[in-house]
Design a protein around this ligand. Structure first.
Ligand SMILES: Nc1nc2c(c(=O)[nH]1)N[C@H]1C(S)=C(S)[C@@H](COP(=O)(O)O)O[C@H]1N2
Ligand SMILES: [Mo]
Length: 564
């Protein structure tokens, strides 16, 4: 007879959960000490992101927007919790099943960690230490929750599990329910002399009975350990250090400071996107589950490949170069027509073209394969970067050091190209190569190798679906055609004639442009409003709707409003 059967399943599942929590907490602590991105849960999540079919990833971005990472991590944690509970149930039958299951978990974690780019052997430590701690907790709490039957009196070995996993006869006879007060005879598990356990019991074939008090103390101990380790781990994860380093940075002055933005760039309408997007409102798109924490003191950028003189720059080297300022509107290829993944900032950095000229780009090279600290890559056409536009290695954004979420300490910014082919955040490496020899992150996932930004426009005011009152109504929004420039914006209501909107100023062709039509006389009923822009090449936005993949959406932003 297998004694341990008497542990009810809920208790066994709880022990599994707590042991899993100990494993996660301790590995987080170890990752905090070794390397935050070696936290196995995140490594597994990152691998999941990379292995997810593009279609599913797009669906996730569409459905969850910028919360997609939270949803993914939450999903991973739920799956882990279910597995941990099942391992607990297995462990109650025989601890070795549970230990083997945890070990298998560890193997998955180690594989995920080691297959991350730039991982080292030391990065397996958090997984190994965490799984070890989880195993320890599991066997320990199981043992605490099962007392040898001879300590229970004459009925201790007669119990059988009751349906639904309630406490068996032995436990009931023992009288140590969790909520019972002062059972005089219950042995505290700490006081139980290990010596009283005959060796045969350690083999797992002894008669033991479920003890709620032992479960309670074991579970509380496990939860406390997991919590303390987890919190310490988070604090250690380098967030603090990098943000201190960031706030200690004094940005250099640009060689030729840009004039302050003229007042005419911003119509200052409530509900209309401001010309300069505040850093805190700037959209964020990347594959990083945990934002890379890159210390500017040890950051370097290597430029190599098809060059005459490979270059390696430190952050100090970069700050000593000629500093450039530029207003550039960044946009994501995944932005649906009318979508939010666009923002405009004043960037500070050095000319990427200058740095490339120092390295000496060889003939035949047509691609810059840039890599971030977390292994993501973008492929940017060399001719675009060298054509005189403000392609930057940027370290400043709207007057402050680059926010960590937006690529601290250094990112690329290339006017006119979607972010996925140009805007590498946390950039550490640029290989000069060829499109027919190399491929960037999103290319094998169904996105075009090259991604010039398509001319587009968006209605911000009124909001789609809004109920407004009749009478004179302002229609306003933004339009963009980076590096070409927006020449005209037209609006029409209920498929009537197109009317010219008034354009706000734009400092260069590299930014978006606000527009407004302020004399629409809204009559009661439902109305459809459409917008289209024409860029400086004379191209007017097509009405044809194409999806974001493979190279950016097209179509006119169309909204419906109700006039009451
Ligand atoms: N390291 C890294 N850089 C990245 C990405 C990424 O996934 N990883 N995504 C790119 C994409 S798709 C876009 S649209 C821009 C977004 O920049 P932002 O988050 O600062 O707005 O960053 C680009 N740079
Ligand atoms: Mo993007």
């Amino acid at each position: 007879m297998q004694s341990n059967r008497r542990m009810p399943s809920w208790a066994a599942a709880l022990i599994g959960l707590v042991s899993g929590a100990v494993a996660v907490g301790v590995s987080l602590l170890a990752a905090g000490l070794v390397n935050p991105s070696a936290f196995p849960v995140v490594a597994v999540g990152d691998s999941a992101v990379d292995l997810t079919p593009a279609a599913l990833k797009e669906w996730a971005i569409r459905s969850f927007g910028e919360n997609d990472k939270v949803v993914l991590l939450g999903g991973i944690l739920v799956v882990m919790a279910v597995i941990a509970a099942l391992l607990g149930i297995a462990a109650a039958r025989d601890v070795r099943y549970g230990l083997a299951g945890l070990a298998a978990f560890g193997v998955v974690g180690v594989v995920a960690v080691l297959t991350r780019p730039d991982s080292g052997l030391a990065d397996v430590l958090p997984t190994v230490v965490g799984v070890g701690a989880g195993m320890f907790a599991l066997s320990r709490i199981i043992r605490r929750s099962l007392v040898p039957v001879e300590e229970l009196g004459p009925y201790g070995d007669r119990g059988h599990p009751t349906p639904g996993g309630a406490v068996g006869a032995a436990g009931a006879a023992h009288g140590t329910g969790l909520w019972e007060t002062a059972p005089d005879s219950s042995p505290e598990s700490e006081e139980r002399p290990e010596a009283s356990v005959p060796p045969v019991m350690r083999a797992g074939n002894d008669l033991r009975a479920f003890d709620r008090r032992g479960l309670l103390t074991g579970v509380l101990g496990g939860v406390a350990a997991a919590g303390v380790a987890g919190i310490a781990g988070r604090m250690l994860s380098g967030r603090a250090e990098v943000s201190v380093a960031r706030s200690g940075i004094t940005l250099p002055r640009p060689a030729k400071p840009l004039a302050p933005l003229p007042a005419g760039v911003d119509l200052r309408l409530k509900g209309l996107s401001p010309f300069v997007t505040p850093n805190s409102d700037f959209y964020r798109v990347d594959t990083a589950l945990v934002v890379p924490q890159v210390d500017p003191g040890s950051w370097t950028l290597k430029i190599h490949g098809m060059v005459d003189r490979p270059v390696e720059l430190t952050f100090a080297d970069l700050m000593k170069r000629t500093v450039v300022e530029a207003d550039v509107t960044l946009c994501c290829v995944s932005n649906e027509v009318g979508g939010p993944y666009i923002g405009n900032a004043r960037w500070l950095g050095v000319s990427l073209a200058d740095v490339l000229r120092d390295a000496g780009v060889r003939r035949g090279a047509d691609m810059l394969l840039s890599t971030s600290a977390d292994g993501w890559t973008a492929g940017t056409p060399v001719d675009v970067v060298l054509d005189g536009r403000d392609a930057l290695l940027a370290f400043g954004m709207n007057g402050e050091a680059l926010p960590v979420d937006h690529g601290f300490p250094v990112r690329q910014v290339v006017p006119g190209l979607y972010g996925y082919v140009s805007a590498t955040k946390w950039v550490t490496d640029i290989r000069v190569t060829r499109f027919d020899e190399d491929e960037a992150y999103w290319t094998p996932r169904g996105w075009s190798a090259k991604g010039p930004i398509k001319t587009e426009s968006r209605i911000d005011l009124p909001r789609d679906g809004a109920s407004i009152s009749a009478g004179r109504t302002v229609i306003a929004g933004v339009a963009w055609a980076q590096h070409k420039g927006v020449d005209a914006v037209e609006v029409r209501v209920d498929r009537g004639p197109w009317r010219q909107a008034r354009l706000a100023e734009a400092p260069t062709a590299d930014t978006w442009r606000q527009w407004v039509l302020d004399d629409w006389d809204a009559t009661p009923g439902g109305h459809t409003i459409e917008v289209r822009a024409t860029d400086a090449t004379g191209y007017t936005q097509t009405a044809d709707r194409v999806p974001v993949a493979p190279d950016g959406a097209t179509g006119w932003h169309t909204i419906q409003v109700r006039v009451g």
